[in-house]
Design a protein around this ligand. Structure first.
Ligand SMILES: Cc1cc2nc3c(=O)[nH]c(=O)nc-3n(C[C@H](O)[C@H](O)[C@H](O)COP(=O)(O)OP(=O)(O)OC[C@H]3O[C@@H](n4cnc5c(N)ncnc54)[C@H](O)[C@@H]3O)c2cc1C
Length: 399
């Protein structure tokens, strides 16, 4: 096999590893290059939508995520005054094998995908401490320059998937920037063992709280709850991560005697940005390298995994001569509009809904949500969008 007879994937995150599994399962040679020395275990996304579980089930991964996480059969929209509406995923059980969200840390998915590759495709190389620095392309091949512990190396392949995250070096090397905007306020994610379900009546494991002063959402992940809220743009990072600030924020979420135990705290910038194109010659961008959005709705990682399956299946078809090269153009035609029409739109709307300040507008929002929740067909359509099944159905009609 000549050097270029493989597909290169930059990044061993959920997107890169999902794409690697799809390709490896079809017998396509793959090399994954990961900048870090091991799989990063930082706390990031924790929601797996039914549509993503359906995809990942082909590797037995969904069952592992269920074992390691928890099933959330419903989601709620609430306010602090006890108002709430609930949506039950049982309404879409004819559309998915998994009529619930699974709450499980995203890094656990990465570990399971890597285990799958080791067990089922030992010839697939996942190389750590291998940071892609730049990309060169010709009509026949793509070559990446990689920084390793032993110096710089060039690695060639027939195609490249840039799944190297929001700060994608692959994207930068090709002169592309993500277009859109950054919210002025950063989001704070706090993990605590405090059991909010004892303090908010009938609390679902996934609950979004609208509030004109301080919206937040609560997610149960394992034995802990994760609280996500926005911070004051005028404050310094040091203040926002300080114990005093965090305790004050948590007391506003749910007043209690004494301090909260905080197991993890993460502060991060939130963007709504999309790459102008998902394909550059022999290179394809997927996941955060192609689009980033706010986490309200849990669509970032899920949308990225959907990208991964889409491009990897197309590359496999072309590699195995089941389709000609034009198949690859369908990736951008199918996936980019989803980032624009669904992920970006829905996540921005979710944020706007939670932070409505005007009392009349808030009343209209509550009435709208009550109307949707009380009508089974409207609730079903709402859940198909929220669980990203509708976006996959739409993508299938494009390109
Ligand atoms: C703090 C934080 C919290 C988040 N919380 C949520 C949430 O609650 N809900 C939600 O839906 N989404 C959330 N997200 C977004 C979600 O984590 C991403 O959408 C998801 O990780 C995208 O997966 P990915 O594989 O595209 O990128 P990543 O997970 O970023 O993976 C990219 C991989 O590429 C590697 N890499 C980077 N550069 C290179 C290079 N040059 N060469 C080789 N390898 C490289 C990285 O080390 C990493 O392993 C959060 C993100 C952050 C940062």
């Amino acid at each position: 096999m000549s050097n270029k007879e493989r597909i290169i994937i930059a990044g061993a995150g959920p997107v890169g590893l999902s794409a690697a599994c799809v390709l490896a399962q079809r017998g396509v040679p793959v090399i994954v290059l990961e900048a870090e020395p091991t799989l990063p275990e930082n706390l990031r996304a924790s929601t797996f939508h039914p549509s993503t579980l359906d995809m990942l089930s082909r590797f037995g991964v969904s069952e592992r995520l269920i074992e390691m996480g928890l099933k959330a059969p419903s989601l709620q929209y609430r306010d602090r005054n006890g108002w709430h509406v609930q949506f039950d995923f049982s309404l879409i059980q004819d559309q998915t094998k998994y009529p619930y969200r699974v709450q499980c840390e995203q890094y656990k998915l990465n570990g399971v995908l890597l285990d799958w590759l080791k067990a089922n495709s030992p010839e697939t190389e996942v190389r750590f401490s291998a940071k892609v620095m730049s990309v060169k392309q010709s009509d026949e091949e793509v070559t990446v320059t990689v920084e390793t512990a032993n110096g710089t190396e060039e690695i060639s392949g027939r195609y490249l998937i840039g799944a190297d995250g929001a700060r994608s070096q692959v994207r930068e090397s090709l002169g592309m920037t993500l277009e859109g905007f950054t919210w002025p306020e950063r989001f704070l994610v706090l993990t605590t063992p405090f059991d909010f379900s004892k303090h908010f009546e009938d609390l679902a494991s996934v609950s979004y709280f609208a509030d004109p002063e301080q919206w937040f959402f609560l997610l149960r992940v394992g034995t802990h709850w994760r609280v996500m809220l926005q911070t004051d743009p005028a404050e310094s990072e040091e203040t926002l991560l300080s114990e005093a600030y965090i305790q004050e924020k948590l007391q506003r979420v749910c007043p209690r005697d004494g301090n909260y135990e905080v197991a993890h705290r993460t502060l991060y910038n939130v963007h709504q940005r999309i790459a102008p194109t998902y394909r550059n010659h022999r290179t394809f961008l997927a996941g955060d390298a192609a689009h980033i959005n706010n986490p309200l709705g849990g669509m970032g990682m899920n949308g990225g995994v959907h990208d991964a399956f889409n491009i990897a299946e197309k590359l496999a078809r072309v590699w195995l001569k089941e389709a000609d090269e034009s198949e690859l153009d369908r990736y951008e035609r199918q996936r980019r509009p989803i980032a624009v029409e669904y992920v970006d739109k829905i996540t921005i709307q979710n944020k706007k809904d939670l932070e409505i300040k005007d009392p009349e507008e808030r009343a209209r929002y509550r009435a709208k949500m009550e109307d949707i929740a009380s009508d089974p067909e409207k609730a079903r359509q709402f859940l198909l969008r929220a669980s990203m099944i509708a976006s996959l159905q739409r993508a299938a009609t494009l390109g």
